[in-house]
Design a protein around this ligand. Structure first.
Ligand SMILES: [Zn+2]
Length: 249
């Protein structure tokens, strides 16, 4: 065998090995992240396209994909350093003194402008909440409704997506929001603008929270595409997958 042939044979063996290692990692992560079989099957069947989409999501601002839930908290007393005050625009605000990270504030305006073009006005009712705020809310809920119910409706300090500065609660912050024009519009259109419903109906045992039709997290368009394409629109599955994948590295 001449040198060139040896080299190309070696490359073929190496790429086969790489592929096998990657396939094994994928299986391990699908299991660790508890991805339901119907999604795992589709992911396996088009592994290369999935990997390409995943790589896109792994670049850029890590907090867009940061898993924050009952089991996974933010870094101790995390506070974003690029908060800006919301001043309204294409959307209205419930009150002054609400903040979001710059990227989310820009994306909110973009979302709201599209809503407005369709004759729908979005109202931002709650946005960034610092650790100390969550500490007070959670303590009050525990006092008023007991530990178990408090955990269904609110997060322990350090475990709220609101602390990311990337989340908006819209409208009335009640179940009635789902049936308003704004609630219906945003459900259909949010992901085109990089916003994702965090706690969908029927997924309480996956997300840990009862349905919150008003709570949207800005994750960016690459990630909403990834969530919609591979995980049936369920943010929690995609973020669990990415979390486990990054643990492997
Ligand atoms: Zn919320």
């Amino acid at each position: 065998m001449n040198k060139k042939k040896t080299l190309s044979a070696l490359c073929a063996v190496l790429s086969l090995c790489c592929y096998q290692v990657e396939a094994q990692n994928l299986e391990r992560v699908l299991r660790a992240a508890e991805i339901p079989p119907e999604y795992a099957r589709v992911i396996r069947s088009d592994g290369q396209a999935f990997m390409n989409d995943l790589q896109v999501c792994l670049s850029g601002d890590p907090y867009l994909r940061y898993l924050v839930d009952k089991q996974h908290g933010l870094p101790d007393r995390y506070e974003p350093d690029d908060l800006v005050e919301l001043r309204g625009g294409s959307y209205t605000i419930l009150e002054w003194g609400m903040y979001l990270r710059r990227s989310a504030a820009l994306a909110l305006e973009e979302l709201a402008a599209a809503a407005k073009a369709d004759g729908v006005t979005l109202m931002a009712s709650s946005a960034y909440r610092p650790y100390s705020h969550q500490e007070r809310t959670y303590a009050r809920n525990v006092r008023e409704m007991g530990q178990k119910e408090a955990s269904r409706v609110s997060a322990r300090p350090g475990h709220s997506q609101h602390q990311l500065g990337l989340v908006v609660d819209f409208g009335s912050i009640t179940d009635a929001f789902a049936d308003t024009r704004a609630g219906r519009w945003i459900l259909v259109n949010a992901s085109r603008f990089g916003w994702s419903l965090s706690f969908p109906q029927g997924y309480e045992n996956i997300t840990g929270y009862k349905w919150e039709s008003w709570h949207y997290r800005y994750v960016g368009r690459n990630l909403t595409y990834f969530i919609d394409t591979w995980f049936g629109g369920i943010q929690q599955y995609a973020l669990q997958f990415i979390h486990e994948w990054e643990q492997e590295r």
